[in-house]
Design a protein. Structure first.
Length: 511
């Protein structure tokens, strides 16, 4: 509980996600102690603040782990939701919120803080998008939990790496002329991520009698079309021609967004559905508890400028893809070839490298994103498009940082499952597959001043279709995987002539 110095113990759920990953260092900088509840604690291992927090394994749907995480907590942050995890995601959200509220009450937690969605006034709940409806219901459940609760309701969050910002950025940059859904005419009140974090941190100190929802937003009310034009102006692009049409349904809108931007349809759809409704703040009562310092709330143009600067300077600390993709496999690499009683197919490649290990490692750690995959670009591009056609993430998620990787980072249609700096990188596939797949890359010394590159692709098939898939693509492995090994080792020889790039995980970037 609160110590003699007034320091609070804060429980943060969703610390591997976009907002949670930025909130943790803000709470630490404010002098609080932090405990993180994470389904996969290893994803937090490489965060620059990892050694300053306590990490508890668990899930908000598992009451036993939530109760264990709540012990001694003063303030509990609920920053998770079951968005697009399946047809019953609303029931999952409902059950998790009840578990969280009940556990907080039983352990004497002094405050719950929840970041939800801004809902339009006068619209019956049954007419809201499922995403907004579920967010509103979770807020009510927490407010009724018996624990003083702060519900912060935000519309579009503008910050480097947010799904809303990435949608806006890619749509505006790639399409000088846009045939758009009618929702681009809807009025919204965006908010800078810096202000969201400021309100979240400030809510920890609210008095016990406060148990209510607060609308939070920036000073500007505008349409999504205006927002795209503002982005074009801030980024130095020519004025965009935007032509709204009424025939694009939310489903077609999400497919359109998925085609143009890195945000997959599974995430784009609830965002597009939410934009059907006007979401404008009806009050600014939050300022009575978390006063606005000079220059806040941040205006739209400044928020876009700050976010764009972070992108251009490669200082994006978290991205929308920081959280696991809905439906993506999360099983760790099996240590036994007979894992689960099934097969584990492998493709192994090794090559000598006439370069030191650190040169080889720089190439390995820099793979993906703008650098590509060092092998038959057309094949990788086609695989990415096929993945998007079946609702996957495709290749366009890119990288969080151009030079450095950490556990949990998304990397095109892979995710970093493990990394041993200077030696090994293991990626887990998040493309749609009839099975589970991993790709490992090793930089090893040979004792004679040279190095050896070792590459291992693994596939655990699911049923007959999985076996058929492996054998259907295996004829192309020599071209794809063999070419990758050959080109990576060739690039390592070139990298040796170039000074090592500086940089590493950065903290404190909240734009």
């Amino acid at each position: 509980m609160t110590d003699a110095n007034g320091t609070r113990l804060c429980l943060v759920t969703g610390a591997t996600g976009y907002i949670g990953g930025r909130l943790v260092p803000e709470l630490l900088d404010a002098g609080h102690r932090v405990r993180c509840l994470a389904r996969t604690p290893a994803k937090l291992r490489d965060q620059p603040w990892a050694d300053r927090v306590e990490v508890v394994p668990g899930d908000v749907t598992d009451e036993e782990s939530v109760r264990a995480a709540m012990r001694g907590v003063d303030v509990a942050y609920y920053l998770v939701h079951a968005l697009t995890t399946g047809r019953d995601f609303e029931e999952t959200d409902r059950a998790a919120a009840r578990i969280f509220g009940r556990s907080a009450r039983e352990h004497g937690v002094r405050r719950i803080v929840y970041l939800g969605g801004l809902t339009p006034p006068g619209v019956p709940e049954n007419r809201l998008s499922p995403h907004l409806r579920s967010r509103a219901e979770v807020g009510r459940i927490l407010l009724d939990s018996g624990v003083p609760t702060t519900v912060l309701r935000a519309a579009v969050v503008l910050g480097s790496g947010s799904a809303s910002f990435e949608m806006l950025r890619y749509l505006t940059e790639r399409l000088p002329v846009m045939i758009t859904p009618s929702w681009v005419r809807t009025r919204i009140q965006p908010i800078a991520v810096r202000d969201v974090l400021r309100y979240l941190v400030g809510s920890a100190g609210m008095p016990p009698e406060v148990n209510r929802a607060f609308d939070i937003g920036g000073p500007d009310v505008l349409t999504y079309r205006d927002l795209m034009r503002r982005y074009a102006a801030v980024s130095g692009l020519p004025r965009r021609l935007i032509l709204p049409v009424p025939v694009l349904t939310p489903n077609l809108s999400s497919l359109w967004v998925g085609l143009v931007t890195p945000v997959p349809p599974a995430i784009a759809r609830p965002l597009a559905e939410s934009l059907r409704h006007e979401v404008v703040c009806r009050e600014h009562d939050i300022a009575g508890h978390v006063p606005d310092p000079p220059g806040h709330p941040i205006g739209c143009d400044e928020a876009l400028t700050l976010a764009l600067r972070r992108v251009r300077e490669a200082q994006v600390t978290t991205r929308w893809s920081s959280a696991s993709v809905p439906g993506a496999p999360s099983d760790p690499l099996p240590t036994d070839p007979d894992w689960a009683g099934g097969s584990l197919y492998t493709d192994v490649r090794e090559r000598e490298v006439d370069a030191p290990v650190d040169a080889l490692w720089r190439v390995i750690e820099g793979i993906g994103g703008e650098n590509g995959w060092y092998s038959f670009p057309l094949a990788w591009a086609v695989r990415g498009w096929l993945d998007r056609l079946v609702g996957g993430v495709g290749l366009r998620r890119g990288r969080r940082d151009a030079h450095r990787l950490r556990v949990g980072d998304s990397l095109d249609f892979w995710r970093v499952e493990d990394i041993e700096p200077g030696r090994m990188l293991r990626l887990r596939a998040e493309m749609r597959l009839p099975g589970l797949a991993w790709l490992e890359m090793y930089a090893e010394e040979d004792g004679e001043g040279r190095s050896r590159y070792r590459q291992r692709a693994l596939f655990h098939p699911r049923g007959l279709l999985g076996h058929a898939y492996w054998w259907s693509v295996s004829p192309f492995h020599a071209t794809v995987f063999g070419g990758m090994a050959r080109n990576i080792t060739r690039a390592a020889g070139t990298t040796e002539q170039t000074p090592a790039r500086s940089g590493g995980p950065r903290s404190g970037a909240a734009a």
